[in-house]
Write a protein that binds this ligand. Structure first.
Ligand SMILES: [Zn+2]
Length: 116
């Protein structure tokens, strides 16, 4: 039923369903059903439903560093010499200093070596 409305949200889905019948708690059931719909979640606009967590600012550089991996990425023209498909990124939470290191894979040992 929800697909027939083009994943358009709670009210259009509710109105569409009401052409077939009504039951107690119907609006709540529709909202709960839509909250679980993966297609709606993939296309949902606006802020995420989880709030940002306020964290404590570290008092020294590099005391807290945010680390992430980007990839797998396509190889560059020279990539066949290096096979770097991932980039390890690190950002100091105090200064915002950022580092990016190309790495071949995302194995723990590879990431550990790149962080040294
Ligand atoms: Zn949907």
């Amino acid at each position: 039923m929800h697909c027939e409305t083009g994943h358009r949200g709670a009210l259009p889905t509710l109105r569409y369903l009401q052409t077939y019948g009504v039951w107690p708690g119907m609006a709540r059931n529709v909202r709960e059903y839509l909250a679980e719909c993966l297609k709606c979640a993939a296309n949902r606009c606006g802020p995420p439903h989880t709030r940002f967590k306020v964290t404590e600012t570290p008092n020294q550089p590099f005391r807290r560093v945010g680390v992430d991996l980007i990839g797998p990425l396509p190889l560059s023209a020279l990539g066949h010499h290096y096979q770097h498909r991932y980039v390890l990124t690190a950002v100091c939470h105090l200064m915002g200093w950022a580092e990016a290191v190309p790495i071949s894979d995302k194995q723990a040992a590879t990431v550990w070596d790149a962080m040294e």
